[in-house]
Write a protein that binds this ligand. Structure first.
Ligand code: ADP
Ligand code: MG
Length: 629
């Protein structure tokens, strides 16, 4: 209804007092000003919160945003801590590194060593474990979390269970950061920097791809995203943040032993991310603060209440966690943000001129009309004994709408999956713009010029229509993770969003661009999928039941859009049950029944074909006869 107006402009009654940015800066300034005057103990606790939050924010990215649960993060903290502790204290390291050990440079070499080791290990572990799905992945993180812990505790050169003492303080520009008050500044500076970079990352082309990892991988692959690679990169990023936290920890404590890197702590870290708000970066800071303070309080309070006969903290702690997760399934941050919305509200960014921008994006030269775009030769698919597709051949040319029709279960969606790289044919070949596509993943089809929609809508429901559509333009941008983190991608990002907005308007959904996709009707969501496919500037468009759920006028608008796209030279392959829609639009029709082509030709030829009439009369569906009249 008026959702677009509420999300864009600031309504009169509730003009926000501050924007989130102003509030954040004010909080940071307050903390910075108070830092020198806070009591020693408070500063130590705040430093610990910063260290935990640095790991938890990686877990928010990994678990909350990326959908990969890890219990083993404490082990990476241990890697970072032990690497620097060993390098700064061991005689072997001193002899290997010549002059560096024992100097102010040693901790920096330790940081480098920790990052390199963690990078290698996380990449290797990720490559093996991230292929697992469901609960196997978290189980696996428990396994290697435990292994690494015992490894740290059993290696003689790392001091066994006693650990390593005499870790030197960090020295920056001649100033020794030996106290929490001094090093805490670095901890919080690193944390704030990480929050800023991750916020930027999520607000970018690559960020949209990352958000699709949780529950949208098949869709993202069809938009050209290499999801396996993104998962590993996210895993490595979270591990590196943990390693940096470990490095700071080692130089804060000035000694290390295995205890703080146990699986227990890994579980606590995951709690922090989840309790704070699994999908929200600042939730990590909130969760780290709450759990650290809670543990402090419980340690004081419980012995006084219940006596010292047992370790009741763990029990009470667990019960409190249960309560929080039960009451606030998405963590506390969203609740806090909802309460604060009366005073704090984001200001909508000013729209950018579209025409100038889109020149920056990769442009595809559409093939001339009549060019053979998609060629399936004798494509078959068997599921055990069932032949879902039996030697189907089909050609799609530029500037043509080709409809694939047939009763339910005829094999239409199976065929779509094979000509879009989602499934491999059992036999037969598929060529896209002249290239053999055997064994290629769906993102290779996207890269060669295929755009598609899904029979069962696949959108990121919580994200805006604009973001969903912009994901379709993924392959037209180039900027990577680092550029996004450092905000070097702004003009490309503006171009991508402008292009997405253009496609949304073209599809008639301009008023809904800033609405969460899930708030739209199912019919509108199908149109969002078409806009998303168009944002990739495809030469071939595959539409699986695009008119289902649309009202009469919406169907006509969709039909007009497809006619226009055909005139521009796109080749469109469409599966659709609405016979009136198909007969008025299609240039050619292929009819499937029980996995076989039973007729193929112009709408008039197909309508006159006795086998087609038979197939449709035999089924529950006599729409074809109606349309033929
Ligand atoms: P349509 O889209 O025309 O309704 P489908 O392509 O979805 O038909 O299905 C064709 C046949 O293949 C159906 O009998 C269906 O049950 C079967 N089928 C589809 N996918 C699978 C699968 N992954 N495993 C086993 N059978 C399948
Ligand atoms: Mg189907």
């Amino acid at each position: 209804m008026n959702s677009s107006t509420t999300s864009m402009a600031v309504p009169d009654e509730g003009r926000p007092l501050v924007t989130p940015r102003t509030l954040t800066l004010a909080c940071i300034a307050t903390l910075a000003l108070a830092w020198g005057w806070l009591p020693e103990f408070t500063v130590a606790v705040l430093s610990n919160i910063g260290l935990y939050a640095l790991v938890a924010v990686g877990l928010v990215m990994l678990t909350g945003v990326g959908g990969m649960t890890s219990f083993g993060q404490a082990a990476f903290v241990g890697m970072g801590a032990y690497a620097t502790a060993w390098l700064c204290t061991s005689p072997e390291a001193a002899s290997w590194l010549g002059g560096i050990a024992g100097t102010a440079l040693a901790p920096w070499a330790g940081l480098l060593l920790g990052l390199v080791l963690t990078f290698g290990l996380a990449w290797a572990l990720g490559a093996v474990t991230l292929k697992l799905s469901g609960h196997y992945l978290p189980l696996c993180t428990i396994a290697w979390g435990l292994s690494l812990y015992f490894l740290l505790g059993n290696m003689a050169f790392l001091g066994g269970q006693t650990g390593i003492t005499g870790v030197p303080p960090l020295v920056v520009a001649g100033v020794s950061l030996a106290t929490p008050r001094a090093l805490g500044v670095v901890v919080w500076a690193v944390l704030l920097l990480a929050l800023w970079a991750l916020h930027n990352l999520l607000d970018s082309r690559e960020g949209r791809a990352i958000r699709a990892l949780k529950g949208g991988r098949l869709m993202a692959e069809s938009m050209g995203v290499d999801t396996a690679r993104h998962r590993i990169k996210l895993f490595v990023l979270a591990a590196l943040l943990a390693a940096v936290s470990g490095w700071l920890y080692a130089h804060l404590q000035r000694f290390v032993n295995p205890t703080p890197f146990h699986l227990n702590i890994g579980i606590e870290l995951l709690f922090m991310a989840v309790v704070g708000g699994a999908g929200h970066l600042w939730g990590a800071v909130l969760g780290a603060a709450l759990i650290t303070l809670l543990k402090e309080k419980l340690q004081d309070l419980l012995p006084a209440l219940l006596g010292t006969s047992g370790n009741f903290e763990v029990v009470v702690f667990g019960l409190l966690m249960l309560f929080v997760l039960q009451r606030f399934a998405d963590g506390l941050w969203p609740t806090l943000a909802r309460v604060a919305r009366r005073w704090v509200r984001p200001v909508a960014p000013a729209p950018v001129g579209a025409a100038l921008l889109s020149a920056q994006l990769a442009q595809r030269q559409l093939p001339a009309k009549g060019t053979l775009l998609l060629q399936a030769e004798a494509v078959s698919k068997r599921f055990g004994g069932l032949v879902a597709n039996d030697a189907i051949s089909l050609r799609l040319h530029a500037g043509e709408v080709h409809a694939l029709i047939g009763p339910n279960g005829a094999g239409k969606s199976t065929f779509f999956n094979m000509v879009s790289g989602v499934a491999d044919p059992t036999s037969g070949t598929v060529q896209l713009l002249g290239a053999a596509m055997a064994g290629q993943p769906s993102r290779a089809f996207a890269a060669r010029g295929m755009g598609r929609t899904f029979q069962h809508v696949r959108l990121l429901g919580q994200r805006s229509v604009l973001e969903n559509v912009a994901l379709g333009a993924h392959l037209r941008g180039r900027r990577g993770w680092l550029a996004a983190m450092l905000r070097l991608d702004r003009s490309e990002e503006a171009a991508l969003l402008a292009e997405a907005r253009r496609q949304i308007e073209r599809c008639g959904l301009g008023a809904h661009a800033d609405t969460p996709a899930a708030a739209l009707s199912l019919g509108q969501q199908r149109v969002v999928e078409i806009a998303r496919a168009l944002a990739g500037q495809p030469a071939v468009l595959l539409l699986d039941e695009p008119a289902a759920g649309l009202r009469h006028l919406e169907k006509r608008a969709l039909s007009d859009l497809l006619v226009q796209l055909r005139a521009e030279g796109l080749g469109i392959l469409v599966v659709e049950h609405d016979m009136e829609f198909v007969m008025n639009l299609a240039d050619r029709i292929t009819v499937l029944e029980f996995g076989r082509v039973i007729a193929s030709g112009t709408p008039a030829q197909v309508q006159a074909d006795p086998r087609v009439l038979e197939a449709y009369l035999g089924g529950a569906d006599d729409e074809l006869l109606e349309a033929a009249r």
